[in-house]
Design a protein around this ligand. Structure first.
Ligand code: HAM
Length: 418
């Protein structure tokens, strides 16, 4: 016998029963953007490599180390999307959404690919639900985007251990002077070689170092929020004011720096305290300037990406039981061949009436069929034997309590929809 194939390293299959949670999480994360009038967008899974190099930034780990890049048969360099923003903005510009009613707001979901060292919560293929809203500099838009992210996690998924970190990274006017100050400060520290290299490429990333010994050295580091220009300070205060008005609980996180180069002003991350190292279940922020970099007009934008995989881990870590709208109501069991046609007809009627139902197959014995019924998660078994056939009845057995009643076949739907 030949050996079975395995899923590629760093990937996993989403299969039942876990897939139920996965879909519930994806649906919950997608709900706020739908409720907020965002339109759905779907873009190719691969794009020109140059789009990510330009859009995400050559110095980022995502672009320099983690991209799945290949040449197609026509000699084009293509890359499996490592993140959603660059491709979605490319599509919005190509389809002239920047010239229609503004802000233009879209949401998306799908797989993203990063060649990372796999571990729990870090995969080579992961799924995000994201939004991008372009064409407005209004801080209310930043607050709306943050609200959507945290509302899904806290209210729709009931996560208790999620913290919302908010920061401002300043703009092209105030960040360079701050960066110089930070570099001067970092030069005074005794940093290891790797960290020193990081400091040369992007000094702000050093602030986000998770190691406590590095954080101890950084205790007196200058911080961006203390060096914002007056426009950025005003914008940041307005965003926080809107979050307060929305009743969103957040933490000021002056050391928060995200792993992608395009952010300016508002940045945020949702971290879950039950996940260990891969604690970021979502993040986003403003990226004024990126649209111009991608060849579009000078206009602002803001968005987020929420990790479906990590959010599932967070729901599991908190042992949250989500209400399940897809649970089957009925498991229909024909007893004997003459009941099979009647059972199939009833099955069709139940499903047409919007009642989730399944059917025992292969002429199983009542014992085996009842086992299937229990496993299916259905609330009722609907049994049709010779006696019921003769009287146009069915037996409804409540699989939780064991109670059973005989009802007329044409009243089964009525009974079950109660
Ligand atoms: P990101 O923070 O790189 O942002 O990714 C968003 C989320 O995707 C993360 O918070 C995490 O939950 C999940 N994620 C990322 N990489 C992995 C991985 N290797 N395995 C499992 N989950 C992962 C972005 O991608 C930005 N495009 C978000 C954004 C949209 N900013 C503005 N608009």
């Amino acid at each position: 016998m030949s050996e079975l194939f395995k899923a590629p390293k760093g990937t996993y299959d989403v299969i039942p029963p876990f897939s139920k949670l996965w879909l519930q999480v994806k649906t919950a994360l997608s709900t706020p953007p739908i409720l907020s009038g965002y339109g759905y967008i779907e873009t190719p899974i691969f794009e020109d490599t140059a789009l990510f190099v330009k859009g995400v930034g050559e110095s980022t780990d995502v672009v320099s180390k983690e991209m799945y890049t290949f040449e197609d048969k026509g000699g084009r360099s293509l890359t499996l999307r490592p993140e959603g923003t660059a491709g979605v903005l490319r599509a919005m510009l190509e389809n002239r959404m920047d010239r229609g009613a503004l802000p233009a707001k879209v949401w998306y979901t799908g797989p993203h690919f990063r060649y990372e060292q796999p571990q729990s919560g870090r995969y080579r293929q992961h799924t995000q639900v994201g939004v991008e809203a372009i064409g407005s500099m209004d801080p209310a838009l930043d607050a709306e985007v943050i609200w959507m992210a945290i509302y899904a996690q806290r209210e729709l998924l009931s996560l208790k251990k999620v913290r919302l970190l908010v920061n401002s990274l300043g703009c092209k006017d105030c960040r360079p002077a701050y960066r110089n100050e930070l570099v001067k400060f970092l030069d005074t520290l005794d940093l290891d070689e790797n960290t020193r290299n990081r400091a040369t490429i992007n000094p702000l990333r050093v602030l986000d170092d998770k190691r406590s010994e590095v954080q101890a050295l950084l205790i007196d580091a200058p911080l961006m929020p203390d060096h914002l220009c007056s426009d950025c300070a005003k914008h940041h205060a307005a965003v926080l004011g809107y979050l307060d008005a929305l009743g969103v609980v957040y933490e000021n996180a002056p050391r928060l720096v995200r792993g992608l180069d395009y952010y300016v002003r508002t940045t945020f991350e949702c971290v879950h305290d039950g996940l260990g190292a891969q604690s970021a279940i979502g993040g986003g922020g403003r990226y004024d300037g990126l649209i111009e970099t991608l060849g579009g007009p000078s206009m602002g934008g803001v968005g987020f990406g929420l990790g479906v995989d990590r959010t599932c881990l967070a729901v599991q870590a908190e042992n949250i039981e989500l209400a399940d709208p897809t649970q089957l109501t009925a498991f229909v069991i024909p007893l004997g061949t003459s009941a099979e046609i009647v059972a199939m007809k009833l099955l069709g009627q139940l499903r047409s009436a919007g009642i989730g139902a399944d059917l025992a197959l292969d002429g199983r014995s009542i014992k085996a069929a009842m086992k299937n019924a229990d496993k299916s998660g259905a609330k009722f078994a609907v049994l049709i034997g010779d006696e019921e056939l003769a009287s146009d009845n069915a037996v409804l057995k409540n699989l939780e309590t064991g109670d059973q009643v005989t009802v007329a076949l044409d009243l089964v739907i009525n009974h079950l929809s109660k």
